[in-house]
Design a binder for this molecule. Structure first.
Ligand SMILES: [Zn+2]
Length: 434
């Protein structure tokens, strides 16, 4: 069994395994093919729905994984379970599996155990929990999101273990609950319980996003501001508008003015993002009156703002309030604009960061693609974050751990019924050696 010289990740132009070791690892991973398919099949059969989605939580999946790891001879994962009385087990599992390596920074791969519901069953070609193989595709609930990442990283770790290789730094898997419903019982719980677990110098990869070409690494996110507007007027009969204050009309003007003001005040664009500019979308609106001949006195509506990291979210709220200020006098209403939730953008990970460089090298060597870095418009701050001690995120006044990690490319399409997923090939975790 080989033992590699330990080489710290950040040094040297490129950290490479010797050719023969690379070949051995590749061959071993290829040899896992049938086992990986079977692993996916067994995992798919165990529902991973959290209670927010009407499920019983991730505990059965965690137990399956614990057994699987034991049978594979891998170290037992540590539990950092979050209490949750809504599920039969009373807890939401978070597993920390750490294989010791050399002195270099640890490499973490963060995957989530839960899935979203199957949605419209009629849109599936079979039972979503009964995985099927069609050619080189897997079809089943969760095979892509996030079982693909979980399977690839777990078998990658297993290959290292079975080849007797000692990685330059510790290699760990963080298998967390509750990713699909806000992370409170998952990564947020884990990192607030153990704030020292992931060090700022560690490398973190989150295989939970991707494009078909497999050539993107997500390194930046927009900030998110969910903004609520309340307009209070006075309700009257439709024939007597002069006696009331039409909240609907005032709200319509508010939408137009706020929309325009925000686009004018925050015009910058950043080509890493798609779309490259900040977005300010009026979205939800509460129903007002049930009948046509009543002039509504109350309106409530929301904006979903995705803001480039350079703009503070407080500035967005301030500009929106300024734009709405004139409405009160003009329409005889009261207007309140509030932040319902805000997730400031974490600092982007630099293209020169070791984790980005190593992942780029791995993609080049294993897939023959030249990866580019991209930013995305959020949804991911609330999703799995490689939340590594950089920034506090304020959510409903509650402090949440920060985010700031790297997502390697993977196949797209999470959450679509009948999703077809290419069977995993070699995992692309950036493990180096001397
Ligand atoms: Zn996911």
């Amino acid at each position: 069994m080989g033992r590699l010289t330990v080489v710290p990740y950040p040094r040297g132009p490129q950290v490479r395994l010797p050719e023969d070791v690379q070949r051995r690892i590749k061959a071993r991973v290829e040899g896992y093919r049938e086992e990986m398919i079977e692993f996916q099949r067994r995992l798919t059969a165990i529902s991973g729905l959290g209670p927010d989605n009407g499920g019983e939580g991730e505990e059965p999946r965690a137990q399956f994984l614990e057994n699987y790891l034991r049978e594979a001879g891998l170290p037992a994962p540590r539990r950092v379970d979050a209490p949750d009385p809504r599920v039969p087990a009373g807890r939401r599992p978070n597993l920390v599996l750490r294989v010791p390596g050399g002195d270099a920074p640890a490499l973490w791969v963060l995957c989530h155990l839960d899935t979203v519901p199957p949605g419209d069953l009629g849109a599936w070609s079979g039972d979503p929990l009964e995985m099927r193989v069609e050619g080189d595709r897997l079809i089943g609930r969760g095979v892509e999101d996030n079982q693909q990442g979980l399977t690839a990283s777990l078998f990658g770790l297993r290959a290292l273990h079975e080849e007797g290789l000692r990685p330059p730094g510790d290699v760990g898997l963080l298998l967390v609950a509750d990713e699909e419903s806000g992370n409170r019982y998952g990564i947020d719980f884990l990192l607030s319980t153990e704030p020292e677990l992931v060090k700022p110098s560690d490398l973190v990869v989150v295989p939970d996003f991707g494009l078909p070409a497999g050539d993107v690494i997500e390194t930046a996110e927009k900030g998110i501001l969910l903004m609520r507007a309340d307009v209070h007027g006075r309700q009257v009969h439709g024939s007597m508008p002069h006696l009331g204050a039409n909240a609907h009309r005032a709200a319509a003007h508010l939408v137009v003015r706020v929309d325009q003001a925000l686009h004018e005040a925050f015009p910058a664009s950043d080509p890493r993002f798609d779309p490259p500019a900040s977005t300010f979308e009026p979205t939800k609106r509460l129903a007002n009156v049930p009948n046509i001949n009543t002039i509504p006195g109350e309106e409530r509506l929301w904006f979903d703002c995705r803001v480039l990291p350079r703009y503070p979210l407080e500035d967005v709220l301030r500009v929106a309030r300024e734009a709405a200020a004139g409405l009160e006098a003009e329409f005889g209403v009261c207007v309140a604009l509030e932040s319902e939730a805000s997730f400031p953008a974490p600092p982007a990970t630099s293209d020169d960061a070791p984790v980005v460089r190593l992942l780029g090298d791995a993609l080049r060597e294993l897939r023959g693609v030249e990866a580019r870095t991209i930013g995305i418009g959020g949804g991911t701050v609330g999703l799995s974050g490689a939340r590594c001690a950089r920034r506090r995120v304020v959510h409903h006044g509650r402090q949440r751990p920060p985010t700031g990690g790297v997502r390697p490319d993977l196949q797209p399409g999470g959450g679509r019924p009948g999703l077809r997923l290419p069977i995993c090939r070699a995992p692309t975790v950036g493990v180096g050696g001397g």
